[in-house]
Design a protein around this ligand. Structure first.
Ligand code: ZN
Ligand code: ZN
Ligand code: FE
Length: 762
């Protein structure tokens, strides 16, 4: 019998596992990596083979079996069971695992003075270590990874060939004798120390208060002691990142528990092989961390060492460090030393690097645990490029995503694969990375797109690239409305094929009518999208600048309440002469766009409450409004009725009027913030009841607001609705490409084969 096994099974010890199970049952045959599957040939009694197949189906994690197909072949003379060389050719179904944090045994070995891999930062085995960041092509074998530059020594070779060894067929196998070597450099690139001495020198440089650039798994990171207030402030200054929270890497979970209180689920996620940054509640008296780490934030982005290199460095240092991407704000990661020395000049004092090339850049993933489970806010290391959904379509579809939090999705052989987070496309280097990622994806998975999808916004760099790609491959381009894509992303993840109500609440997306949307209630039914409800728009001044300048949203909100209110309050932000200019602009609608965005409404309310009128980073005002609302002891909700003249439009003005009345009355701002959140949750209920579909999907960047997500979900569930949220796919614009791919698969596009609509989640 020949078995073709599909799943996330290459490079995670599947072949040795198969060989062990076969030999245990005295079956003869072989196992080999093919491009999109693993092929097993077995001979023996049919019940024994059945039993063997059952054992494969229940393979332990990190193995993920998706499908096993069997076909009968003639008996061949085989003795014993062997691991055969890989075959190449044929287009593939994505089957490569992501990069995994050190397993318990590898972690133990590097701290064991008796072990030959003691303090060796590139220790891995079949269960852990780098994968996607070192693979150049499939199938996953050493000669197609960046480890091909290192010839294994005798001892490593023996382990690799020993079926009883944990490193049997570990493609990235290495040791201090034969593997990559560390190097410690000054800012000019002059080597100060090598190998183990480099590790100690790097720890010492951090202890002295310097900023260290470290070549991590997927790119350079900048490290500084978290307790060092001056050092953290210096890093903020150099990185031009004034207030955005930094992630902290702790030497171990105990060190984290001294400053934060992770729940059991959060601790499990931190300790998982994916090892993402997890948002955890900060303890009141977290004095061990400088206040500058995450100003005015009750949560902390915490992570544990994700490679042996990080583990060794932090163990030697013995305290947490700020660990942030090695770049200026908004630029992509640096992956090689020459580039890092140039681009990080002035940012880092010292460099800790090594000679294992990084094939593709990979940021740290960011996750949180909510009542729905694990939710990824940034999907990268540990997760990419695992498939996120199945799509009932055998066409190859390429979706280019949004402008911010860029990602690319590829549908091939019915599986939807999502790339790692690529960043915001505003920077020319980020656009380059997007182009490179698309090429890499197409070559890596031997894919030729039959359909390209993008946003409806013609100004997105991703849209322009999609236009070029559609032309190059001479295939149709499907433009998917931003909020439909948000909803569809969650539908793809949860395999929701029938009609759903989707609440797509976010900052900005271009609507079908050319205005800015962002409070959309959409009904998705196949390729059909109906706008069921939204908030009445506020006039938004200055377009994109509004996201950084909440006072602009506040002026729009005041204008909605009439001239008298506007005159009385707008002076808070404008001089008399500026006020006249703005008035004229609003009257004539010059440089003004109607905007239904809930993100901008958060900004408006934050500015009206005097919380913040300018943001250091996107979403800052909204975050502060959320944290303030969480401190309120009282609950409540302002009225946000659907209007009588058009029941699809909610009365934003009435909500804003209530906010201002409470403010004038001297109500606590925390309570006002709370009632504002309550109004939106009540609006969700009004819409869901009016639409009457049982399934409701929550998607869009506003649902990163934990309080909002919890209250909307809770209230809708109380009413009997079944809720689905984006989880493995980010609810923010990082998920847009997934939704575009699904919507494109639902489109009847002339000139292409049509896929059937039958989906199943993994
Ligand atoms: Zn391991
Ligand atoms: Zn070796
Ligand atoms: Fe969005």
């Amino acid at each position: 019998v020949v078995l073709a096994v599909r799943g996330v099974i290459q490079g995670v010890g599947f072949r040795p596992f198969v060989a062990r199970e076969a030999r245990r049952r005295s079956l003869c045959g072989s196992v080999r990596n093919a491009r999109g599957s693993v092929e097993i040939e077995v001979q023996g009694a049919s019940d024994t083979i059945d039993d063997f197949v059952t054992a494969l189906r229940t393979a332990p994690p990190p193995l993920e079996i998706h499908r096993i197909e069997a076909r009968e072949v003639g008996e061949q003379a085989e003795h014993g069971f062997r691991i055969a060389p890989s075959t190449t050719g044929e287009p593939v179904e994505p089957s490569l695992p992501a990069d995994l944090a050190p397993c318990v045994e590898c972690a133990r070995e590097v701290h064991d003075a008796e072990d030959r891999r003691y303090r060796y930062p590139f220790t891995t085995c079949v269960r852990c270590g780098p994968r996607y960041t070192i693979v150049e092509a499939l199938p996953y074998d050493r000669e197609r990874t960046s480890m091909r530059h290192f010839a294994p020594c005798e001892l490593c070779r023996a382990e690799y060939g020993d079926a009883s060894d944990r490193r049997c067929h570990a493609e990235a196998i290495a040791c201090p004798t034969c593997g990559p070597v560390l190097e410690f450099l000054d800012a000019r690139g002059i080597t100060l120390a090598r190998a183990d001495a480099a590790l100690s020198a790097a720890a010492a440089t951090l202890r002295e208060g310097r900023i260290l650039a470290l070549k991590g798994l997927g790119g350079f990171q900048l490290l500084v002691r978290a307790a060092d207030t001056t050092g953290v402030a210096e890093l903020r200054l150099r990185k031009r990142r004034a207030e955005k929270p930094f992630a902290i890497m702790f030497p171990g979970i105990e060190a984290l528990e001294r400053v934060a209180s992770p729940s059991e689920a959060e601790a499990a996620l931190l300790l998982s092989p994916e090892a993402p940054i997890v948002l955890v509640a900060r303890r009141e008296a977290a004095a061990a961390l400088g206040a500058a780490v995450a100003p005015a934030n009750p949560r902390l982005g915490a992570m544990l060492p994700s490679t042996p290199l990080h583990a060794l460095l932090l163990a030697e240092l013995g305290e947490p460090v700020v660990c942030t991407s090695g770049n200026m704000s908004s630029e992509p990661l640096c992956t090689d030393l020459a580039e890092a020395l140039e681009r990080l000049a002035g940012l880092a004092d010292r460099f800790l690097t090594h000679d294992r090339p990084i094939v593709r850049p990979m940021d740290d993933s960011v996750a949180r645990v909510s009542c729905a489970g694990v939710e990824l806010l940034r999907r990268a290391r540990g997760y990419a490029p695992k498939p996120v959904a199945r799509v009932g379509d055998d066409r190859v579809i390429l979706a280019l995503g949004a402008q911010q939090k860029s990602t690319v999705s590829l549908v091939q052989r019915g599986r939807l694969l999502l790339t790692q987070h690529l960043g915001d496309l505003g920077h020319p280097a980020a656009l380059c990375l997007l182009e490179r990622t698309v090429e890499d994806l197409l070559v890596f998975f031997a894919a030729t797109p039959e359909l390209v999808a993008c946003d409806k916004n013609p100004d997105y760099a991703s849209t322009r690239l999609a236009e070029r790609l559609a032309e190059r491959f001479a295939v149709p381009l499907v433009r998917v409305q931003h909020h439909a894509a948000h909803v569809a992303a969650a539908c793809a993840e949860h395999a929701l094929a029938g009609p759903v109500l989707g609440l797509a609440w976010d900052g900005t997306g271009l609507g079908d009518d050319g205005t800015i949307w962002g409070s959309e209630s959409l009904v998705l039914d196949g390729a059909l999208v109906t706008r069921a409800a939204h908030l009445a728009p506020i006039p938004l001044l200055g377009g994109d600048r509004a996201a950084r300048e909440p006072w602009r949203s506040a002026l729009g909100a005041l204008w909605l309440l009439g001239e008298e209110v506007f005159e009385r309050r707008a002076g808070a932000w404008l001089s008399a002469s500026d006020l006249r200019v703005v008035r004229r602009a609003l009257e004539r609608g010059l440089n003004v766009v109607p905007c239904t965005s809930i993100g901008r409404l958060f900004d408006a309310v934050a500015a009206l409450l005097g919380i913040r009128d300018r943001c250091g980073f996107e979403g800052q005002a909204a975050m502060e409004l959320e944290y303030l609302a969480e401190t309120s002891q009282e609950d409540g909700a302002y009225a946000l009725p659907l209007s009588e003249s058009d029941p699809r439009v909610a009365d934003t003005a009435s909500l804003l009027r209530s906010v201002l009345e409470d403010l004038d009355r001297g109500s606590a701002r925390a309570l006002i913030a709370r009632r504002f959140h309550g109004a939106l949750a009540a609006h969700a209920c009004d819409v869901a009841q009016a639409v009457g579909l049982e399934r409701v999907v929550l998607s869009g960047g506003c649902f990163q607001n934990g309080l909002l997500a919890r209250s909307v979900r809770g209230r809708l569930e109380d009413l009997g609705f079944r809720l689905h949220t984006a989880q493995g796919v980010p609810c923010n614009d990082g998920g847009i490409s997934v939704g575009q791919a699904l919507m494109a698969s639902r489109c009847e596009v002339p000139g292409t084969r049509h896929g059937s609509e039958a989906m199943r989640a993994d």
